[in-house]
Design a protein around this ligand. Structure first.
Ligand SMILES: Cc1cc2nc3c(=O)[nH]c(=O)nc-3n(C[C@H](O)[C@H](O)[C@H](O)COP(=O)(O)OP(=O)(O)OC[C@H]3O[C@@H](n4cnc5c(N)ncnc54)[C@H](O)[C@@H]3O)c2cc1C
Length: 215
């Protein structure tokens, strides 16, 4: 999708695959994309949409997986570190299964550390994360995979839920463009899913109201 534009009685969507641009005309649209991407797509956002979506911020993280000989924190499958204890590692997910005598560990970084490391190349990132992980291990970890998430999950700062409710209430059942995703429902899969159901319900209600009026 490269643009979404309100026209008189419809919404015009432009998609591009390679060189080919296609235009789709719709009555109603649910935009289920990350909240930080909305204003880049909407050609003529309303002042309320500009006010709400320009405040959305996401936390970053970097996730790395390793195989280790012995599982640290025996018995625990997840460990969370406050920044005061470890400024880089936010969490360790430890697989309880024994994979050929080894355990799979997946670590995730704190937002601030991830933002700093995001500017570094993979070698530096892996060396930094491995050194932090080694603080909790007896043997050497075997590095497997690195994944960078610049926009990992939306930050729900104090007052943000009130902003979401206010924005949603300002979106009438008759709105032509509705929004869904974790920035509206909550920073997890079920939050995103629920916001999609809410938007779909609004569209159904408005089409039922229209049918009643035309009877
Ligand atoms: C490392 C990590 C681990 C997580 N673990 C969990 C977990 O265990 N449990 C949990 O509940 N949540 C977890 N989350 C959070 C969860 O993944 C998200 O909250 C959820 O996926 C958000 O869903 P969404 O539909 O709002 O956005 P996304 O899943 O980000 O979907 C948005 C979609 O929009 C598409 N898109 C963007 N721009 C355009 C465009 N211009 N045109 C067309 N399409 C576009 C994207 O390609 C994407 O497919 C995790 C997140 C991360 C980063």
């Amino acid at each position: 999708m490269i643009s979404v534009e309100r026209k008189n009685d419809s919404v015009e969507l432009r998609t591009q695959v390679g060189e080919e641009v296609n235009v789709i005309i719709a009555n109603k649209v649910i935009l289920a994309i990350p909240g930080t991407k909305v204003l880049g797509l909407l050609k003529n956002p309303s002042p309320k949409e500009v006010a709400f979506f320009s405040t959305i911020r996401f936390a970053s993280t970097i996730v790395a997986s390793y195989l280790v000989n012995r599982s640290p924190f025996q018995g625990a499958t997840s460990v969370w570190f406050p920044q005061i204890e470890n400024q880089v590692i936010a969490s360790l997910m430890i697989s309880p299964q024994n994979l050929g005598g080894k355990h799979l560990i997946t670590l995730a970084c704190h937002d601030e550390a991830a933002q700093d490391l995001m500017k570094q190349d993979d070698r530096v990132v892996i060396a930094t994360l491995t050194a932090e992980l080694e603080k909790y291990l007896t043997g050497e970890p075997e590095f497997l995979k690195l994944q960078r998430w610049a926009d990992a999950i939306p930050l729900f700062k104090t007052g943000y839920i009130t902003d979401v409710i206010r924005f949603e209430n300002s979106q009438l059942e008759t709105s032509d463009i509705l929004f869904a995703g974790d920035s509206l429902g909550g920073p997890y899969i079920d939050g995103a899913l629920l916001s999609g159901e809410k938007a779909a319900t609004k569209i159904l209600q408005s089409s039922l109201q229209k049918k009643e009026l035309t009877k």
